[in-house]
Ligand binder design. Sequence first.
Ligand code: ADP
Length: 464
Amino acid sequence: MKRLTIKTKITLWFTALLAILLGVTYAVVLVANQQIIQKGIRDDLITVVTFNVDEVEYLTSLENTTDVDLYMSYGDGYLEIDDDFVTLVNEIYIALYESDGDLLYGQNPIASYTLDTPFTNNVIQTVKVNGTKYYVFDMKLTNRGLTDLWLRGVVSENQGGSTMSSLTYILLIALPLLMIGGIIGGYFIARRSLKPIEKVTESAKEIQEGNDLKKRIDVGKGKDEVHEMTDQFNEMLQRLDESFERERQFTMDISHELRTPISVILSQCELSLEDDQSKKEYKEALETIQRQGEKMSKMINDSLDSVRIELTPEKYPLEEVDLSTLIINACVGMQKLKDRGISLTYDIAPDIKINGNDSLLTRLVNNLVSNAYRYGKENGHIEVTLKEVDQSIVLEVKDDGIGISKEQQEKIFDRFYQVDSSRTNSGVGLGLSMVKDIMSFHNGKVEVESELDIGSTFICTFNK
Ligand code: ADP
């Protein structure tokens, strides 16, 4: 069976709900309406019969009579039936009876059926005639001189038929029309609301087919749930795109960087294999090959480390780290280098703790300090400080080395960027990019202040 779309499901659901509502409304309205109408009919019956009570009088003689009224002999005197006596009004029939059931005046359309209905004063009785219910209401006449006389009013339950049918008519026509309007309106609203979802599906298909992560889903302006979902979807695409872009860049960078040491190794091998060489020349060639091999190994290891921080941050759990002690330990270790007469001093505020990763933070300090040694001048000086400033913790590594020009300062944090690779044999241009990654992993940032030939200061700021 074909699966139902959300649109169809919503429409069907509302149709069913409206149909049930309509049915219940019909039932309630009709029952209520029926009861009100029936009560009205009974009240009218009572009113008309009661009205007639005073229209029948007993006269001892026929003196002073008028032409308009009706007279008939009754016991020793006469009965006067006023011309106001109503025999039929609004389908209500009234008749004057004697106690023994003789009809003296008026009308009763179901007279033959009410023969067995005893006169009962002031009570409404019901009689069924051919499936139709009739209300029968009797009143005993008690005016002066009157005995054994009854007024009987009769009316059918269908008296209000016309009122009933007009209401039924309105209900029958208007409510289904409203229901159809509701269903059509609901269908269009559902269709309109779900349109953006179709667009999302289309875009996802296009992205999949065209392999184009630059595409974004456009569902126009709006603030509903679908727009929110689309925003999230676009944000996800943006991140995916950036992440693929970074990966692509990384692969390009590393292949580019590996090309130089590989070509050095290959040319050394070629040269050595071409002619017989002296032992010294072979040794030199092998040393070059070894250096390039080490460089490649460092490059690969460092690259993998920087990728790991990004891709598997769970491998670097955060815990409370005593930053003061960590930096002092790193500095004490580095002091032992005594490289080219460069000295290292530190001024570390005690007991500064942050939520961080011990091994990454050690690496950060090592990278900065080893750069300060590497690019320091002979007999120069390195100063490491740690202090709290307002809401931040600031680590500074300052040297009086060769410095970095303004233009280069922007680029030194890029992966594999080296100002001048001939300045260092051991570096591969990943130290500072790692520092940057470690700082952003700790929600902090790194900046540099430097002047050529004067020295550089690397400033790492952690938010408290
Ligand atoms: P490298 O492996 O080349 O040291 P880094 O990423 O650590 O790579 O540094 C990038 C470049 O920034 C270096 O090639 C160097 O020219 C420059 N640099 C880094 N630290 C300093 C410093 N303290 N003084 C001067 N130049 C520096």
